[in-house]
Design a protein around this ligand. Structure first.
Ligand code: KIV
Length: 271
């Protein structure tokens, strides 16, 4: 008889329990099978198939151009590398802002065609009806407040949001509405740490911060930024754990030298 190792999957309930116990949640973005597998094996709680794929995978300046079909391709690749982590997929710009029916239709495509576990969308009160409709169809939703990159042309800049009283009040109200609507977590992007603390302490669902300070219930980073693949992006909130750009550059230089000098392949590397 073969003994199968039981895998304890991370679910939205796991994240709620983690918040209740004061255990921090670690989330990272991934866009393909191989990295998703490495992150899963390292023990990451949540993998976000972010629409930041538009920037880091496709080289666009903003997240706006990525399509639903492209997100589905990335998400289905990620899912094949994951057994335990919770996978969240971004609804891309233009796939949900029209109305709640469109939002549900895009969500159903993601869930059916990728096998992902949940979706994330940007915004507060404006997208509440869509959030309620998606949740009532049985799909868990992660919210996203603060700097919402799909609205970059409305903001005009990527600087810290909600520094002024009115915007901070709206963010607090939106966070309450998202929780009441049934979101299982909320990403807080680039807002003052004290505001993120107030929001995190006022909610029973976890907040996941990026540039929102140490009082959030979890943190998320874009893999290309934290692994040092993308070296031009150096905001204050980013901790770079590797300089993969430099390491890959050195490795490829060495490979080129070895090929040109006929050092590679050696006798042991041929049949
Ligand atoms: O698309 C993304 O990577 C994100 C994170 C920055 C939270 O939404």
């Amino acid at each position: 008889m073969s003994v199968q190792k039981e895998i304890k999957k991370v679910t939205t309930n796991t994240l709620l329990r983690m918040k209740a116990k004061g255990e921090k949640i670690a989330m990272i973005t991934a866009y393909d099978y191989s990295f998703a597998k490495i992150f899963e094996e390292a023990g990451i709680d949540v993998i976000l198939v972010g629409d930041s794929a538009s920037n880091v995978m496709a080289g666009h300046e903003t997240t706006l151009p990525i399509t639903l079909d492209q997100m589905i391709y990335h998400a289905s690749s990620v899912i094949r590398g994951v057994e335990r982590s919770l996978v969240v997929v971004d609804l891309p710009f233009g796939s949900y802002q029209g109305n709640s029916k469109e939002a549900l239709h895009s969500t159903i495509r993601i869930m059916k065609e990728t096998g992902a576990h949940s979706i994330k969308l940007e915004g507060g009160e404006e997208v509440l009806e869509s959030i309620k409709r998606i949740i009532s169809a049985g799909v868990p939703v992660m919210g996203h407040l603060g700097l919402t990159p799909q609205s970059i042309y409305k903001f005009g800049t990527y600087t810290v949001r909600a520094k002024e009283e009115a915007e901070a009040e709206k963010l607090k109200q939106d966070a309450r509405l998202l929780q009441e609507a049934g979101c299982f977590a909320i990403v807080l992007e680039k807002i003052p740490a004290q505001l993120a603390r107030e929001v995190s302490e006022s909610l029973s669902i976890p907040t996941i911060g990026i540039g929102a300070g140490r009082f959030c219930d979890g943190q998320v980073l874009v893999m290309h930024d934290m692994l040092g693949i993308n070296t031009e992006f150096k905001p204050r909130f980013l901790r770079q754990y590797l300089n993969l750009n430099e390491q890959v550059n050195q490795a490829v230089k060495q490979y080129i030298t070895d090929v040109k000098s006929a050092d590679f392949p050696s006798e042991h590397e041929q049949y």
